[in-house]
Design a protein around this ligand. Sequence first.
Ligand SMILES: O=C(CO)COP(=O)(O)O
Length: 136
Amino acid sequence: MQERPAFALVAHDAKKDRLVAFVKLHEKELAPFHLIATGTTGARLKAACPDLDITPVKSGPLGGDQQIGAMIADGRLSALIFFADPLTPMPHDVDVKALTRLAIVYDIPMALNQATAEAVISTIADTAYMESTPSQ
Ligand SMILES: O=C(CO)COP(=O)(O)O
């Protein structure tokens, strides 16, 4: 049986409220997907949307971004929504850069702000598109 398409959700601290609101708004479109989230983001999303299938990995600064990057390299991730905070220095900035790089290398949709995330959701929620996405 084919694995369900996975979709990753990440938000820096200053953007977590916004991501939670976004996911609640798009709960119906996200429901068919297996959702992966970095640790703290995942905990917030699970509390807000208990019906969604959310698997948290480690917190971003502790390797969560790299775990998501590894999933991209393994061809297990179809898209990534990452509400990034452009105004706060991050100790794990290099991890964020590496994750962004892998999304580019493997050509998966990566939304870094809400405007792009809205566009990604409206396209990606079409399961036919997901099924036609070749595995890397
Ligand atoms: O820092 C992050 C992404 O770089 C997000 O990690 P958390 O969801 O654990 O806060």
